[in-house]
Ligand binder design. Structure first.
Ligand code: ADP
Ligand code: NA
Length: 324
């Protein structure tokens, strides 16, 4: 199994955790996992070098703090394994220009960047993602719904390569892990919580507890007063219940019962406690890991060495098949 995450924001947010990273931690029990901080993807948009380096380490530290276990899983930084870029080139040469142009995320992202800041890298980054996955012969790739089209491209290119050059790649299954929650922005609950909406609606795992509590207290709700889940009419309250349930382990039905006769303020107050209790030890562990940078870098070097054992084998076979 393989999954990757960009290091761009410096801190992951609750949506990243409840929608993806929690599953990374859980899935380690059932599969050999390769988990990758995808810094090559991070330079598809303008970046500051010192910030990127810091964010990459902070991302890795958070993954470890959240429970990625380097004794079971290979945790590594994408740029430490040059086979990603090397296989990426081969896969680009197998992709139709029109085919790449149909990726809807590129349309969204390039619009957000503006034409002048849209790089060719942003256009081809789904193909680098194809290489990320195929290098490890991943059978399953846990992804959110937003990544489904890229997974389909991965499958198409794996089948194409195998058909043209002989059986080489495992064709991965799209796998949307059960229990992954979709978290909405606290200020605009029509939208998903995202680092690209980094205002008061996005709760970062490394936010100060006071900041987190304030963001939750000022979450947009509706003019009603009943704490019940109703995604269509009460998206804000439903979102708060989703987050509470995911972190406390209580069902939404139980929470509705607990808050029967109490107001939105009580829910927000309790949720702020639930969230800050969850993030406090994660923050502490993240800072401990960052304080011993040499040890953190050693862990990542070991992860990269493990990843390279598999990646180099796949790439050697690919190079041979294409005639290098
Ligand atoms: P962002 O939207 O902040 O840019 P990314 O696109 O880097 O986050 O997403 C990283 C991972 O986190 C992906 O697997 C994505 O599906 C998941 N994810 C991001 N935001 C949310 C959210 N609000 N709810 C659930 N999962 C999310
Ligand atoms: Na996203």
């Amino acid at each position: 199994m393989l999954s990757g995450i960009q290091p761009t924001a410096g801190s992951f947010h609750l949506g990243n955790y409840l929608g993806a990273l929690r599953q990374w931690v859980d899935l380690q029990d059932s599969a050999e996992a390769f988990y990758c901080v995808v810094d090559l993807h991070a330079i598809t948009v303008a970046q500051d070098p010192a910030e990127l380096r810091r964010n990459t380490l902070t991302s890795a530290a958070q993954l470890l703090a959240l429970g990625v276990d380097p004794s079971r899983s290979a945790l590594f930084v994408q740029s430490h394994v040059p086979e990603h870029a090397q296989l990426g080139w081969v896969m680009q040469c197998l992709t139709g220009f029109g085919e790449a142009g149909r990726m809807t995320q590129f349309k969204d992202k390039s619009q957000r960047q503006g034409a002048a800041n849209t790089t060719v890298g942003l256009f081809t980054y789904p193909i680098l993602q194809v290489a990320d996955i195929l290098l490890y012969q991943a059978a399953r790739v846990p992804v959110g719904e937003d990544q489904r089209q890229h997974l389909e491209l991965t499958r198409d290119l794996a089948v194409r390569f195998n058909g043209r050059f002989g059986e080489t790649f495992t064709v991965p299954e799209v796998f949307i892990p059960p229990g992954a929650a979709k978290v909405l922005d606290l200020q605009t609950p029509e939208k998903q919580m995202s680092k690209s909406l980094p205002g008061a609606g996005c709760v970062f795992l490394l936010d100060e507890p006071k900041v987190t509590a304030k963001k939750i207290r000022s979450a947009v709700t509706d003019t009603g007063r009943e704490v019940v889940a109703d995604a269509a009419n009460k998206p804000g309250i439903t979102n708060l219940l989703t987050i509470h349930s995911a972190l406390s382990g209580r069902t939404v039905a139980q929470l509705e019962q607990d808050f029967d006769g109490r107001g939105y303020g009580d829910l927000k107050k309790e949720l702020a406690e639930v969230v800050t209790e969850f993030v406090a030890p994660v923050q502490q562990r993240t800072h401990e890991l960052l304080d011993d940078r040499a040890e953190l870098e050693r862990t990542l070097a070991e992860g990269a060495a493990r990843a390279r054992e598999v990646a180099a084998g796949t790439l050697a076979q690919v190079y041979d098949r294409v005639g290098f």
